[in-house]
Design a protein around this ligand. Structure first.
Ligand code: BES
Ligand code: MN
Ligand code: ZN
Length: 511
């Protein structure tokens, strides 16, 4: 198996035009009148090549576009990559993150090994330098990522590693950028880790393998521990939901609990947060089997659980002063003679009984046990994340995740984290009207509602397991995958949720 491309990141104080590099990336806004200071300086050393390129109309600096100008004896760079930033008034930190992604993606495609980013210069003093360092690092990881572990043929060849440096000529500025770069590196690395685990198919990753990965993550760590319950231990605890969903597969379910408890006493001033992630390693639908088209994408039905796992990795590396549980119920949903069936009544960990009307509504069956476990651990805040419903995709498309919950402040905090991280969410309801649809005549609940509002009824089902705990739910169906490559990323798993959840926790400790 081939190793996923390695990213090395650092900052360097150097004069922009003297910087020796394979590629120097600079940003340009589409509505700017003339070149900014840095670009004008480079342009004069390049004998006006940038101006000519723009005048000829060969490059309009829209977001997602770029153009190459080749270097000469007057500058250190072999290539200057002009990266489009779109309209200046619309620019956010995500514009810079995407510009870094775009640059990193092109560089991997061109098999370039060392790149120098001066993209932040175009933004002047608009954003905090540390924040700009962070998004450059996150973007470099995001854009350079490609999943090719199992590709043995050489035509897909690429460099083993990409060396990325963010450069500035001012050492005080460099220091600030470097601080953010270190956070961005931890987050970017965690997101790539999530993408690789998610991209691995179900014959490679099953619940036991995912549990092994979680164990491996906690190995040798002082602050992160991992406990895994197998089916026998789950049966003893009464985790009927996870057991029912896992009953059809030879690959037995696991219940994974990560606990991050930093030594820093400041952590005890924060609420204990429980992150609960759905990890269905393959969702065939079970006895209520899915149609064949695109069923392969259901290997990504573990993405919520893996987002939780990777968030635990990031916060451990960042040493954030907050206590966090990462709770990951994992099962494979397959049809067989031992599967759970429509009509079955399941007793969940909470004691509540659920009438199964569709075995394809399995996510809520495992999440309810995960949520109950978080309640039993006395978490003050519970956030669950899951590729839960096709309805959420119908409602929001593939641009935003659904955000439901029972606490206004928590919803606002997640919206803020969404803005900061560039991982978009949109609020949706999960109120009593929806909960009413989930009542069963022969059990406490049933696992599907009516034809309409499926994302909301699913959330309303989960809401009934949180009691008085502050709770939010992220439905990331559709956000888990890029079906086609974009300017900013290769296709496959997106790692959605890692930046969002980590940013939420970072903001929480920053106060
Ligand atoms: N994992 C799916 C939801 C999903 C669909 C995620 C498409 C990503 C892309 C989930 O387990 C599911 O099958 N949900 C059903 C629920 C229904 C039976 C109430 C759905 O959305 O159709
Ligand atoms: Mn399903
Ligand atoms: Zn599913």
């Amino acid at each position: 198996m081939k190793k996923i491309i390695d990213v090395e990141l650092k900052t360097r104080k150097v004069d922009f035009s003297k910087c020796k590099t394979n590629l120097l990336a600079v940003g340009l806004f589409s509505d700017a009148k003339g070149l900014d200071k840095l670009n004008a300086q480079l342009d004069s050393q390049l004998d006006g090549a940038i101006e000519r390129l723009i005048k000829l109309g060969d490059f309009k600096p829209k977001e997602g576009t770029s153009a190459i100008v080749y270097g000469n004896k007057s500058i250190g760079a072999e290539r200057v990559l002009l990266v489009g930033l779109g309209e200046k008034k619309k620019a956010t930190l995500d514009t810079l993150r995407k510009a870094a992604s775009n640059t990193a993606k092109k560089s991997v495609e061109m098999k370039i090994e060392t790149i120098s980013l001066a993209l932040h210069k175009a933004f002047g003093g608009r954003f905090d330098l540390s924040a700009m360092g962070q998004v450059c690092a996150e973007g470099a990881y995001f854009g350079s990522y490609r999943y090719d572990e199992f590709v043995t043929e050489n035509e897909n060849g690429r460099a083993d590693s990409l060396k990325v440096e963010v450069i500035d000529s001012d050492s005080a500025k460099m220091k600030k950028i470097n601080k953010g770069l270190l956070s961005g590196r931890a987050i970017g690395k965690a997101q790539s880790y999530a993408r690789t685990l998610s991209n691995r198919p179900a014959n490679v990753i099953n619940p036991a393998e995912l549990a092994a990965a979680a164990k491996e993550l906690s190995r040798g760590s002082k602050n992160l521990s991992c406990t895994v319950f197998d089916e026998k231990q789950m049966a003893a605890k009464g985790m009927g939901g996870v057991l029912a969903v896992g009953s059809g597969s030879q690959n037995k379910p696991r219940f994974i609990v990560l606990k991050y408890s930093p030594a820093d006493r400041a952590a005890n001033r924060q609420p204990t947060v429980g992150l609960v992630g759905k990890a269905i390693t393959f969702d065939s639908g079970g006895i209520s089997i899915k149609p064949a088209a695109n069923m392969d994408q259901m290997k990504l039905d573990k993405s919520g659980g893996i987002a939780v796992l990777a968030t635990m990795k990031a916060i451990t590396e960042l040493e954030l002063p907050v206590n966090v549980y990462g709770i990951i119920p994992s099962a494979e949903n397959l049809p067989s003679g031992t599967s759970y069936r429509p009509g079955d009544i399941i007793t969940t960990l909470s004691g509540k009984t659920v009438e199964v009307q569709n075995t394809d509504a399995e996510g809520r069956m495992i999440l309810c046990d995960g949520i109950s476990y978080a309640v039993k651990q006395k978490c003050d805040i519970i956030i669950d994340i899951a590729t839960l419903t096709g309805s959420c995709m119908v409602a929001l498309g593939k641009y935003m995740a659904g955000l439901m919950g029972n606490d206004e402040k928590l919803i606002k905090q997640l919206q803020r984290a969404s803005k900061d991280s560039g991982e978009k969410v949109w609020p949706m309801p999960s109120s009593d009207e929806y909960a009413k649809e989930m009542k069963s005549k022969i059990a406490d609940l049933k696992n599907i509602g009516s034809k309409w509002g499926g994302a909301c009824t699913a959330a309303a089902f989960l809401r009934q397991f949180v009691g008085d705990t502050k709770w939010a739910h992220l439905d990331i169906a559709g956000m888990d995958i890029f079906s086609k490559p974009t300017e900013f990323s290769a296709e496959g798993s997106t790692g959605f949720g890692v930046r969002l959840l980590t940013t939420y926790l970072m903001n929480l400790v920053a106060g």
